[in-house]
Design a protein around this ligand. Structure first.
Ligand SMILES: [Zn+2]
Length: 1011
């Protein structure tokens, strides 16, 4: 490696004067600090940057601190120190930084003097933040709620630290492996002017280069009126790498610039010539007289001076050609926002894109569609943690400071919020980090849960008026809960984080015997103890089933007592599995009838009795034989047809008053329970897969539904759990696909649901975590539930996706698919309302009277609601969280899209007297990430090929009555006064009308992962 041996940056004095004036002019951050360009030249914007993965080959701590692992470079603390030092050497230098998980940590370590220096650099636009989220989140496997949370955390760190001048103007998604449309919509609603993308399918990119569509407008929503969800999109020329030959980091081997003419290592002329060639080529694919080059890569700038010194020389040498040789190329230090501003000034008319950037392939047989399903246990743990964080946030908001400092110690939602933000990183929930790092992600989540559990104990003590030490059973998914299995008398508190009342079946592992369950009013609830056949990798103790309900944003407490005698108690039964004797294998309730093939035991027909719809559906499990190209990122099956695990599973039938189940054992490592509860409108398929046996091949396991629906190549998947996108097999909406991978190239991310329809009937499958899914034949849909691979896919991880698990035998994973058969016109009401119950499921906690710290007086409250009335069905309470002293963050959203039936109409609700534990005294509406008032947002405007955009963004905050349009999310900072008297809450509860509505009827039991 040749180090530059010339003198320090040599810049002609007249340029220095201009530069000095430029710097002096600067002073407000943002666009006004941008460097001048030459309108009559090709302006090359050099963006010095470092890409800092928040965990990947090393853990977050290892990357931040001085932990050096020879094969895995990266020392973020050192990078930031080094960058600040180098920025001070030359006032024209600029640097772009993105990851607040690291920056905020570094900031905390700095003294007052250093903070002042950095504030000045930000003020002058020399240090610019792009994206500004806690992490650069993945876009395929993330849920929109968690994306909004992580962006809120990062952007508000910046707002509180630097004020308006630190606010990023652009999103910077340079490494995620494909890009979702919902992400564009969310960024637009956060006030960003544009987004920069690094990875776009190689075919798509080649075509775009040819037709000059590397930059265009991206319309992120079919429902929100433009330009609400419009985001200007720039595809970077070289992912996020420097041009070939111009990588001047200590991690690179390109020769540095040597200007000493006559020496054997002189290369300045060659460097300039090569640069001009690359610039001209790049400019030929873009539309304006400005192009952007990313100067940096993974964990670059550990020795920033080396990078900057060479860039200084490059700028000086290339710009000197203007005088010397009449070159029309001007090179400058710039930032993504400054580059975007020049595109905007170009005043061109731009194409509009309305689909997304999935799936992503970087070569004909390398589709990055495996990570949609990689590490299913982590993906479930992340989704459960989202659920738990919302419960934690809500209870902190409802109980006020009593939640943070109470009888059970210091409760804090912060650690889980930060851990969840870290999990959104594009190598975290995506399942593409090394095993050691993945374990560390799980550890961070678990630590966060601990802090929230204290908070919940304090908050519920305040709201219930009784200081019970709560027990949290994390093993309910595998039927493990020492308290319910050991105690003869205990209480089950069911907290419902939704704004709607819920009813569902509670299932608890218990010891043998009979139990009496009483509701909050002391009335006996029908219950039964069910014994289950063992068909999978988990032991099955008897389970107590009873139907519970919980009010909106509130709880009900149920008391469970083991009967002293063996004689069954009223309403209490014990049931054992029945072997199938009947000639017709059927499970049914008042809404659904499900038939199985008598000979094979495989699901064969679903009937929706309310709508008189019958569909033949065959569902079973297959595995793809993974080729050596399949890895944590890539899905590359060796053969196109997957192999069946079994077409004749071993069958057990369980039919009791409270549940009907068919247990199917397909193999020692693949089983399923097909389940119906009374009153339930969907069919529940609980699959258990693993440990996947490894032989010569890796295996990628799918659950496949085959029907006779005429689907004409079409199927539908959600985007980050929100809007729905139409998918067509072997087709891309904006370019002609040359098909290379008939299976992997048709896989799409499924965050929450996938469906097929023939225009009359719709078969929808909801997932409990992100998975990859497709429809490879008409009438068929499939979801990849688990994968275990022998080889690495050569995308940098350098480790096969083995997931050996705690016993080194391989990970056993359990999850649920919820299946709905509906008329196409009415299907949205079913899947939208069910999806919110999956994402925000009730939280079940336990206590015994022996664990009480003593009552605060009076009888403990056994039921509570923080809402005076239920929210309308179309409205979801997306966020309720403490924001500061007497301030809450409140997000309400319309969860239906335009054209999704009667629930798609705009909804108005009054916030004034909505909550029972506090009164809202003032409301301020903000952007989606709550870092700027909505009425002060001014985004760049663009001229579009689709014609002018009507800018009717009027919204009124004259009263507390707000209207939500389809798919609209509105974010508020609410000043509040807590009602100190619990009597006031009770009044609220009594005033609340009961909710007899059918749509709240749901039976979601606790879905947990197997770790
Ligand atoms: Zn990355």
């Amino acid at each position: 490696m040749t180090h530059g041996s010339g003198p320090g940056p040599h810049i002609p004095s007249f340029i220095l004067l201009i530069l000095l004036l430029m710097v002096l002019k600067a002073g407000a951050g943002g666009y006004e600090t941008c460097p001048s360009v030459h309108p009559d030249m090709l302006n090359v914007h050099l963006v010095a940057h470092t890409h800092n993965d928040v965990g990947w080959l090393k853990t977050v701590d290892q990357y931040f601190c001085q932990v050096s692992l020879p094969l895995f470079p990266g020392n973020v603390r050192n990078i930031l120190n080094s960058v600040v030092r180098a920025l001070l050497v030359n006032p024209t230098r600029r640097f772009t930084y993105a990851e607040m998980a690291f920056f905020s940590r570094w900031w905390k370590l700095q003294n007052k003097e250093m903070r002042k220096i950095v504030q000045d650099l930000v003020h002058q636009g020399r240090l610019e933040f792009a994206n500004g989220g806690w992490v650069m989140n993945d876009e395929a496997t993330t849920h929109y709620g968690a994306i909004v949370d992580q962006m809120t955390l990062g952007l508000n760190f910046l707002e509180n630290t630097f004020g308006k001048v630190g606010r990023p103007h652009v999103a910077w998604q340079i490494d995620p492996f494909g890009h979702s449309r919902e992400q564009a919509s969310l960024f637009a609603q956060m006030g960003f002017d544009g987004i920069f993308l690094g990875r776009v399918d190689y075919q798509d990119k080649n075509i775009r280069k040819r037709i000059h569509q590397m930059e265009q407008m991206w319309r992120g929503s079919d429902s929100l009126p433009p330009p609400t969800a419009d985001l200007f999109t720039c595809i970077l020329p070289n992912v996020y790498e420097p041009p070939r030959g111009f990588c001047w980091d200590i991690l690179c081997s390109d020769p540095t610039v040597v200007e000493e003419n006559g020496t054997s290592v002189y290369n300045a002329d060659m460097v300039v010539a090569q640069f001009l060639r690359i610039a001209a080529d790049q400019a030929s694919h873009y539309r304006t007289r400005n192009i952007i080059m990313t100067m940096g890569s993974d964990f670059h700038f550990g020795e920033a001076e080396r990078w900057f010194k060479n860039l200084d020389k490059l700028i000086q040498l290339v710009n000197a050609q203007q005088q010397a040789k009449g070159s029309r190329v001007h090179v400058l230090y710039s930032t993504p926002a400054c580059y975007l501003q020049e595109l905007n000034k170009a005043n061109l008319t731009w194409w509009v894109k309305q689909d997304d950037f999935f799936p992503y392939a970087d070569a004909p047989h390398e589709f990055w569609t495996g990570y949609f399903s990689s590490r299913p246990a982590l993906k479930r743990y992340e989704r459960l943690s989202y659920n738990f964080l919302q419960v934690c946030n809500q209870l902190e908001a409802l109980a006020g400071h009593a939640a943070n400092a109470g009888p059970f110690g210091s409760g804090n939602s912060g650690p889980l919020r930060e851990a969840m933000a870290v999990l959104q990183h594009h190598d975290a929930v995506s399942g593409t980090a090394r095993q050691l790092v993945t374990d560390d992600y799980a550890r961070q989540l678990s630590k966060g849960w601990g802090h929230c559990e204290v908070l919940l104990s304090n908050a519920l003590a305040r709201l219930s008026g009784a200081k019970h030490k709560l027990t949290f059973c994390h093993g309910l998914n595998v039927s493990v809960c020492p308290l319910s299995q050991g105690a003869a008398h205990f209480q089950v508190l069911v907290y419902n984080p939704l704004g709607h009342q819920v009813n569902w079946m509670v299932r608890l592992p218990v010891s043998e015997g009979h139990f009496v369950v009483l509701d909050p009013n002391g009335q006996a609830v029908q219950s039964e103890v069910v014994k289950y056949p063992v068909v999978d990798c988990v032991k099955h103790p008897p389970e107590l089933l009873f139907r519970a309900s919980a009010p909106p944003l509130g709880f009900n407490s149920y008391s469970v007592t083991k009967a002293p005698v063996k004689k069954p108690q009223p309403g209490s039964t014990t049931s054992s599995p029945q072997e199938s004797q009947s000639s017709v294998l059927v499970i049914e309730n008042e809404h659904i009838r499900v038939a199985f093939d008598n000979h094979t035991g495989i699901l064969k027909e679903i009937e929706n009795r309310d709508q008189k719809l019958v569909l033949r559906v065959q569902q079973t499990f297959f595995w793809y034989n993974a080729s050596r190209k399949s890895g944590a990122y890539v899905f590359a099956p060796e053969q196109l047809n997957p192999l069946p695990i079994s077409f004749s599973p071993e069958i057990h039938l369980v039919k009791t008053a409270l549940v009907q189940e068919v247990h199917q054992k397909f193999s020692d490592w693949c089983s399923q329970v097909v389940r119906l509860y009374p009153g339930q409108r969907h069919l529940e398929l609980e699959w258990t897969v693993g440990p996947i046996p490894l032989d010569d091949f890796g295996k990628e396991i799918i659950s496949r539904f085959d029907t006779e629906l005429k689907t004409h190549g079409l199927f539908y998947t959600d985007s980050n759990g929100r809007e729905i996108l139409e998918r067509r097999r072997d087709y891309r909406p904006t370019w002609n696909l040359k098909r290379t991978e008939p299976v992997a190239g048709n896989y799409y991310p499924v965050n929450s649901r996938i469906y097929i329809t023939d225009g009359n009937m719709q078969l929808t499958v909801l997932t409990d975590r992100s998975q990859g899914g497709s429809s490879l034949r008409d009438g068929s849909l499939e979801l990849m539930v688990h994968r275990r691979l022998n080889s690495d896919d050569q995308k940098g991880l350098d480790e096969p996706l083995m997931e050996t698990g705690p016993d080194k035998q391989g990970l056993c994973v359990r999850g649920k698919h919820l299946v709905l058969l509906d008329g196409t016109q009415t299907a949205a009401a079913g899947h939208r309302l069910l999806a919110e119950k999956v994402v925000l499921a009730p939280q079940v906690v336990f206590y015994t009277s022996g664990d009480s710290l003593g009552r605060s007086g009076g009888i403990p409250r056994r039921k509570f609601s923080a809402l005076h009335q239920e929210l309308p069905p179309a409205v979801r309470l997306l966020t309720l969280a403490l924001w500061g002293p007497r301030k809450l963050l409140l997000r309400l959203e319309h969860q239906f899209a335009v054209g999704e039936g009667s629930l798609s109409s705009p909804v108005t609700l009054d916030l004034r007297d909505l909550f029972s534990t506090f009164t809202i005294t003032h409301l301020q509406e903000t952007t989606l990430a709550a870092n700027q008032p909505r009425d002060r947002v001014s985004r760049l405007q663009w001229t579009l090929k689709t014609g002018p955009v009507l800018r009717t963004l009027n919204f009124s905050m004259d009263s507390a009555a707000i209207t939500l349009q389809p798919m609209e999310i509105r974010t508020f900072l609410a000043s509040i006064k807590w009602k100190r008297s619990p009597r006031a809450w009770d009044t609220a509860l009594r005033a609340r009308a009961p909710s007899p509505k059918g749509w709240v009827n749901s039976c979601l039991s606790i879905l947990l992962l197997l770790l």
